[in-house]
Design a protein around this ligand. Structure first.
Ligand code: HEC
Length: 151
């Protein structure tokens, strides 16, 4: 027969295992590392982003983001992706939200900024998925930007 004190040791032991095992497992699920190749935006969101982009950004960067006549840089391809290589897309989102449009920085609502990020991912060949990109910096920080499609 187990004494009462033995039972307590067992209970505390089980509780410790639970705390060590289960809680970190949940935390790592929330902060799971993903890349832009994992389907991190939806097609619908990118379509919204395209409309916002053409309204607020296309005048300088062109609607297809190929770059403007007045040395506004392209936002697609080899003159763009190396600038963000291995950064999280929180950086790109934050840059846009803070610095763009150049003539009226910080004027765009945050949901529009994140829709535009989705559109830029699409333009750079990254695939859509089932869930929209949120404006949550913690989640955006866990999504890595990399130009090359993983093998
Ligand atoms: C008035 C012209 C103008 C408008 C409008 C404008 N941009 Fe820009 N953008 C620029 C210029 C010029 C640069 C390069 C200098 C700099 O970084 O400020 C730039 C740089 C950028 C960069 C950095 C490029 C890189 O290679 O990292 C991004 C991203 C960007 N713009 C996104 C946007 C988005 C999104 C919008 C619309 C919300 C927008 N821009 C609107 C002129 C503009």
């Amino acid at each position: 027969m187990l004494e009462f004190s033995d039972m307590r040791v067992v209970t505390v032991g089980l509780l410790t295992l639970f705390l060590l095992g289960v809680i970190p497992a949940r935390t790592s699920l929330l902060a799971q590392k993903r890349s832009v190749w994992d389907g991190v935006y939806t097609a619908e969101q990118a379509a919204r982003g395209e409309r916002s982009f053409s309204r607020s950004c296309g005048g300088c960067h062109r609607d297809d983001a190929s770059g403007g006549d007045d040395s506004e840089p392209p936002l697609r391809g080899q003159n763009f992706t190396p600038n963000w290589e291995d950064a999280s897309i929180a950086g790109l989102y934050d840059f846009i939200a803070t610095n763009m449009p150049r003539n009226k920085p910080g004027s765009l609502p945050l949901p529009e900024c994140v829709d535009i990020v989705a559109f830029l991912l699409k333009l750079n060949g990254m695939p859509p998925g089932q869930t929209e990109l949120p404006t949550d910096m913690k989640i955006l920080s866990a999504i890595q930007f990399t130009a090359a499609r993983p093998k």
